[in-house]
Write a protein that binds this ligand. Structure first.
Ligand code: GLN
Length: 191
């Protein structure tokens, strides 16, 4: 298995480190044809406006939309924003690959970065994960085909559809591989 990591901006190398720990091959994606050898794609955190501009500039926008028809995609933080169908109070041309609306920088200035426990439930088992939130967005609503896997306070912070998996926080900033492992398993199941 090989997983592509969009490497235009943001903390893509940390995702690479997580995947290496899981013994998964990594391709850093900067050009469309690099997607051909991949079975999944990670869109990292960073800055969503910059990220969409760079994706357009690299000619990656439509190729990623096509790629996601057959392969799972995982987005963290800005990656989630870029994958969402709808943004609250903000105009951005997103990939629209997961049916949810999201508000950017939704935690406000004072606490725009914090670490707190995220409760997540996978295969009927509830567990906790250290959530690193950096100028994080909030998921406001989700579509019918989107399932909640993780929450923090009353906020949905980890959700998925059939092909797309997103977190409002940064699992790649911890040493805990469970969320990346879940994505790897999602790819295996989809093949
Ligand atoms: N605030 C950023 C944005 O709106 C996301 C921050 C992040 O990825 N950590 O794009």
């Amino acid at each position: 298995m090989k997983i592509g990591i969009l490497a235009l901006q943001g903390d893509f190398e940390l995702h690479g480190r997580m995947l290496s720990t899981l013994s998964v091959d990594v391709a850093y994606i900067r050009k469309p044809d690099q997607l051909n050898s991949c079975n999944g794609l990670i869109i990292p955190g960073g800055e969503s406006t910059t990220l969409t501009k760079l994706m357009r500039g690299a000619g990656l926008f439509d190729p990623i939309v096509s790629f996601a028809k057959n392969n799972p995609v995982f987005g963290t933080c800005a990656g989630l924003i870029v994958l969402a169908t709808d943004l609250v109070n903000y105009n951005l041309d997103t990939l629209g690959l997961i049916d949810l609306s999201v508000e950017r920088n939704a935690y406000g200035r004072q606490i725009d970065s914090f670490i707190d426990s995220v409760e997540f439930c996978i295969d009927g088992k509830t567990d906790f994960f250290e959530g690193v939130f950096i100028r994080a967005p909030k998921i406001v609503t989700i579509g019918e085909n989107v399932k909640v896997l993780g929450t923090h306070d009353d906020n949905m912070v980890l959700v998925e559809s059939e092909q797309v998996f997103v977190a409002t926080f940064h699992p790649e900033l911890t040493d805990d591989v469970r969320i990346h492992q879940y994505f790897v398993d999602k790819i295996r199941k989809s093949r």
